[in-house]
Structure formats: C-alpha cells, structure tokens
Design a protein around this ligand. Structure first.
Ligand code: FDA
Length: 397
C-alpha cells in the first residue's frame, strides 16, 4: 500500500499511540488487552522519561483525595468522567498486583516505595503482556488521515484506524518535550489553549529576597481567588517550595501574589498582646518567635523599624499585622518551561469527548494526558489525570 507522498506504508495497526509516557503506556496496555493491535511510537530512547524523574525519583503517582477541584481547565467539568471511571484506587490495585507498595505523605500524596522506575517497568510489563509493540528513537515526519491515519516516521511508514496523541506538554525541553500535541490538533483544525509553565518557581529580579535565600517557612499564598498553605522556600532567584508551585498555576504576568507569613494567626492581635506582655522587647525579637530569624530581621529593615514594641502606636501594629498576614509581592516572572513541572493549556477540551478523549470532529483521533487542557495541582494529580485519560482512550481506541 502507498501512503503519504507516495511512500510505502509498511505496517498496519488498529491503534497507534504517539508518546510512551504515563498516558500513552496506560492507553496502550488497555487497548492491547481488548485485543487491539497496538503500536507505541516514542521519540526518546526509552519509555516514561518524566515518570522516572517524578516525585524526586519516587513518583508521587496519585493522591488519596482526587476531585475535579484539584484541576485547572477552561472546562472544569471535563475531567470528572475520566477521573470517576479510572480512580486512584484502580491504579493502586494495579500496583498491588505487581507487588508494588507506597508511602503516604502530607496531603494524601502517595509515593512508590520501590521508586519511579518500578512504575515504568510495571507499565511496560503490562504492555508486553497485552502484545503491544513499541518503537523508540522514532520521530514523526508527517501524518495525515485518508480514511485511515498514515504516518511517515524515521522508523518507517505506519497506518492505523485510531491514532492517540500522548506526547505530553512542553515543560523541561532538555528532555525533548515539545508542543507536538497541539500542532497535531491544529493540523486537524482543533482549537488549543496556549501552553504556559505551571507548577514553577517565581523569579524576582533584584530586591531583598536574594539575601534571604535558603529560608523556608509554612505560609499561605493567594492569587486570583485561589489559595494554598504549604512550605515556602526563598531561593537565589526568587520564591519556590510547594506553596509557590501550586499558586504559580493560577498566576498571570503582572498579577500580585499575597503571602500570609503567619497563617492561622491574626498578626495585629498577636503583636498587640505581645506589646502588653513585653513592651520593651524589640520587634525583630518578637517576630523571630514565629518567623525565621533572618526573615524577621529583613522585614524589620524593609517594612518598618526595629523598635521596642511600646514605641509602636496601635495603628502601626495594625499596619504591620496587615503586611504579615497579606504581604503583596509582584513576581517578575517564572523560571519558565525550563523547570516547570507541567504546562497548563493544551488541546481545548470542548473539542474532545470527555468519555473517550476522541476529537468530536475527527473520528479515531484521541488526545490524552498533559496534551489536553487539564492541569493538576501538585500532589500526584497530573499522573492520575494521565492514568485516567489514558485508560478511557484505551477502552475506546
Ligand atoms: P509524558 O511527558 O509523561 O509523556 C510524553 C511522551 O511522549 C514522552 O515519552 C515523550 O518523549 C514523548 N514524545 C513527545 N513528543 C513526541 C513526538 N513528537 N514523537 C514521539 N514521542 C514524543 N506529576 C505527578 O502527578 N506526580 C509527580 O510526582 C510528578 N513529578 C514530576 C517531576 C518533574 C521533574 C516533572 C517534569 C513532572 C512531574 N510530574 C509529576 C508531572 C507528570 O510527570 C506529567 O504530568 C505526566 O508525565 C504527563 O503524562 P503524559 O503521558 O501526558 O506525558
């Protein structure tokens, strides 16, 4: 059979999945189990590169508490069906069948006790058991639909009835990550939301934060109606830590973030009580009871004066309290795709069936995982979306 540009199409499959990442491998094993002839094409020299580095090598593979509220998407309802059909419990069952165990950490986050590579091995074993073929070091040169999908690749020509795009998002480009998924969507006339770095540290060019690098504390950070309370880390470049990564997904250039340095404490009331009980104590000494010492000192120098508490009028204590509970900062930017854990945006969910992930206007073409405009919070939510969306497409493709 002759395909694209008259070149030979050498191999025919029921399903071709582009991308051997979390979503692609899950989809492949499920479709294979249904008796479909499945091929996975991967441009790297091995599968699951991002799974391998996830969770610092331990993979925070899911979370005990998963709901649509943990995801950002232009359509907040889109992810509900997939998350309900393939749950965190289903993935834990799969791991148990392979003898894998997990550790629960804060906020219901589950990490693989045997390490992230064990999860990749498990998925590859499942794919092998389901008769799935894999080709590595495979770049897609061209693809088009002429009844069937026809692909010209660096590993030859292929055709398939169902094509699943599972190429992830463009974060961490040094790993070969690209926006391939949205380019395919565009080729077929489907809309996309531009990719944007998410779960990423903020940068603050200049400023006094630089001198505070290394300080870490629990804080609540708010932006655009969202709020998270977790650890905050001051770095040489700006702000990082789980609370910053979380809020970064809700931030747009020019927005302020509001940091509560004393979450759960009304700072003004506390300072007034301290003024009553130890009027001679200097502000820095008092702040250092609840904040890291270097931060307490810097706040005194930059925001007010390090006087004994008795010298502050009540109004000034109110002002200091407002700052401590709601410190407004304008990040200069983010560290960008270079370090972002995920990219928000992707193929517009309005273009897809929430049950099958198939494009409504292109029968047989599915998009899964991070390529789709569904972005999870930090805590295992992105991998759970990859498993769930991959599973749904695997039941259909
Ligand atoms: P994924 O990126 O996994 O896979 C896409 C695959 O497609 C890759 O193998 C890629 O090489 C391949 N590909 C791309 N373009 C191609 C092309 N043109 N042709 C062929 N193949 C192509 N999430 C979480 O829930 N818990 C966690 O602990 C972490 N930790 C974490 C750490 C770090 C450092 C990063 C960068 C990310 C995380 N994540 C995470 C996010 C999580 O890894 C990510 O959301 C999922 O891997 C997305 O799964 P996908 O299958 O969609 O893409």
């Amino acid at each position: 059979m002759r395909g694209l540009s008259g070149k030979q199409v050498e191999h025919h499959f029921d399903v071709i999945i582009i991308g051997a990442g979390a979503a692609g491998l899950m989809c492949a094993m499920e479709a294979g189990r249904r008796g479909r002839r499945v091929l996975v094409l991967e441009k790297a020299d091995r599968a699951g590169c991002k799974i391998r580095i996830s969770g610092g090598g331990k993979s925070n593979f899911t979370n005990l508490d998963i709901s649509a509220d943990n995801y950002l998407s232009r359509n907040p309802h889109f992810c509900k069906s997939a998350l309900a059909r393939y749950t965190q419990w289903d993935f834990m069952d799969l791991m148990s069948r392979h003898g894998l165990t997990w550790e629960e950490r804060a906020h219901g986050q589950l990490f693989c006790a045997q390490g992230a590579v064990a999860i990749v091995d498990m998925l590859l074993q499942e794919c092998a058991g389901a008769g799935v073929s894999l080709r590595y070091d495979c770049e897609i040169a061209r693809l088009e639909k002429r009844g069937r999908f026809e692909l010209q690749t660096t590993r030859g020509g292929f055709s398939c009835a169902s094509l699943v795009i599972a190429t992830g998002g463009p974060s961490i480009p040094r790993m070969g990550a690209t926006d391939f998924g949205v380019r395919v969507a565009k080729q077929f006339g489907l809309k996309s939301i531009p990719f944007k770095p998410a779960l990423v540290p903020f940068t603050f060019p200049g400023g006094f934060l630089k001198d505070l690098a290394g300080i870490s504390l629990e804080a609540e950070v708010r932006c655009n109606g969202a709020g998270f309370r977790e650890q905050l880390l001051i770095t040489h470049r700006g702000l990082s830590g789980p609370v910053i990564l979380q809020i970064s997904s809700c931030w747009n250039k020019g927005d302020a973030i509001v940091i509560d340095l004393l979450p759960g404490t009304n700072a003004a009331d506390w300072l007034k009580a301290e003024q009553g009980s130890r009027p001679g104590a200097r502000l820095k000494t008092v702040l250092a009871d609840k904040l890291p010492r270097r931060l307490a000192q810097a706040l005194c120098e930059h925001l007010c004066a390090n006087l004994p508490l008795q010298q502050f009028p009540q109004k000034k204590l109110d002002e200091i309290g407002v700052t401590l509970n709601g410190w407004r900062l304008f990040p200069g930017g983010t560290e960008g795709m270079r370090t972002a854990e995920v990219a928000s945006g992707g193929v517009d969910t309005n273009e897809l069936s929430s049950r099958t992930m198939e494009a409504k206007s292109v029968p047989g073409l599915c998009f899964i995982g991070e390529t789709v405009d569904v972005t999870g919070q930090l805590g295992g939510y992105n991998l759970q979306w990859a498993w769930a969306s991959g599973w749904c497409a695997g039941q259909f493709a």
